[in-house]
Design a protein around this ligand. Structure first.
Ligand SMILES: Cc1ncc(COP(=O)(O)O)c(C=O)c1O
Length: 410
């Protein structure tokens, strides 16, 4: 039986090699924050950096900062800073726009890059924006969306992949926290002549992705979850170097032009990853993200993953002791960085938890989600949060009518 005592959790914290990174984040007193899988905590470096961007670079530098503060190159510079976190060489990642925009742009590019094939293979349980965009792209491009669960995708690609242009999957199931077989689906897609697009919103900064080692084609992820870039922080796009000259995105904005300031009347794509740029980037968000990424230079993804698995192991052991149903796989190879607990009263239980300072979130119909960012969550947080959860369920505190109200976000 795993030791779920607080004394043991404190021992684990005392020998945690990442414990020192917690002070790089501003966590409010009295809060155990287990929702970094939705919105990461505020990094300590961000307020000062943003203050400089606003007062100095914008306020004093004005338009000159596009050159003097190198605003122009921020999308590729910040992309290069994200690259090591996802296991990519730097010239393959560009930062900008939203996950949804990047997914749309890349799905169309993939169809254009595989003429003669007209199927997008995706998961029926994919995140809604991915599903909605695939359907819209299919309508625009006269293509078809084929919905196949991730567990069956490799077999379908092998048996029936001749018309599949793109396999577009989430690296982690946003409800259950199940980690998908990125290597297997990618290899099967390539063997079938298809491209792959991985949505890594729930793994970037939490789970090694090894984009280059796995020979991925396209990767899109957000930066406001485990990368802690802040609300609305821009997404990123990885395009493997070997595909960049053929990358033919739908959104041919002027920032992706070979010579943006030539103001030519026709579009000529830039070389390399810069053709993934679209229009003026959200610089305040992007430069906040750049400051947030500094912490990743002080650790590596193997250490982050090892702690994340230990934290989620401990939380699963606590949930087992409480007799709760854990929806997240127990095998490390199948687990992202969150633990999902199934309960008919998920909403009121989460409302009661938040009232007591333990912040997670819920997904319909019955999932309580607890995200564990190894950079700032401690082992003591895990057992303390589980104790509060256990107390609520045992006493029925969540049955108080004040917890019956549904919130829109959590
Ligand atoms: C897997 C996944 N894809 C996409 C998104 C959201 O896309 P966007 O950043 O455009 O809102 C989320 C948001 O939680 C997500 O979990």
């Amino acid at each position: 039986m795993p030791d779920t005592s607080r004394a043991h959790a404190l021992e684990l914290d005392a020998r945690d090699p990442l414990a020192g990174l917690r002070k790089r984040f501003r966590l409010p007193a009295g809060v155990i924050y287990l929702d970094g899988n939705s919105l990461g905590a505020l990094p300590d470096d961000v307020p000062g950096a943003l203050d400089d961007v606003v007062r100095q670079q914008w306020g004093v530098g004005l338009i000159r900062s596009w050159n003097d503060a190198d605003w122009w190159n921020a999308p590729t510079r910040v992309g290069a800073a994200i690259a090591p976190v996802i296991g990519a060489a730097p010239d393959q990642v560009v930062c900008g726009d939203s996950t949804s925009v990047q997914l749309f742009n890349t799905m169309i590019a993939a169809l254009r890059m595989r003429p003669g094939r007209n199927v997008i293979l995706t998961d029926p349980a994919t995140f809604p924006t991915d599903a909605y965009l695939a359907d819209s792209v299919a309508r625009l491009c006269n293509a078809e969306v084929r919905r196949v669960p991730a567990a069956e995708a490799a077999a379908v690609l092998a048996a029936d992949g001749a018309d599949i242009a793109l396999a577009a999957y989430n690296h982690v199931d946003y409800r259950t926290g199940e980690l998908r077989d990125l290597a297997g689906i990618t290899a099967a897609a390539h063997a079938a002549g298809a491209l792959v697009l991985w949505d890594v919103c729930h793994t970037a900064g939490a789970v090694p992705i090894d984009a280059d080692a796995h020979d991925l084609d396209f990767v899109v992820g957000c930066s406001y979850k485990y990368l802690s870039g802040g609300p609305g922080a821009p997404a990123f796009l990885y395009v493997a170097r070997r595909l960049q000259q053929d990358f033919d995105p739908a959104l041919t904005g002027w920032h992706g032009h070979a010579e943006p300031f030539a103001m030519e009347s026709g579009y000529r794509p830039a070389d390399g990853i810069s053709r993934g740029r679209i229009g003026s980037p959200p610089l305040l968000n992007m430069l906040a993200l750049e400051a947030a990424l500094g912490v990743f230079a002080e650790t590596d993804m193997a250490a982050v993953r090892a702690k994340s698995l230990a934290l989620t192991d401990l939380f699963i052991a606590c949930a087992d002791e409480l007799g709760l149903e854990v929806a997240t796989p127990r095998e490390h190879a199948l687990r992202g960085s969150q633990v999902a607990v199934r309960h008919d009263a998920a909403h009121p239980i989460m409302a009661a938890l938040i009232d007591r300072g333990v912040i997670g979130d819920v997904r319909p119909p019955d999932i309580l989600r607890f995200g564990f960012n190894a950079l700032y969550v401690s082992y003591a947080d895990v057992v303390d949060a589980a104790a509060v959860l256990g107390d609520i369920v045992a006493t029925g505190a969540h049955l108080d009518p004040k917890y019956a109200v549904r919130s829109t976000v959590t």
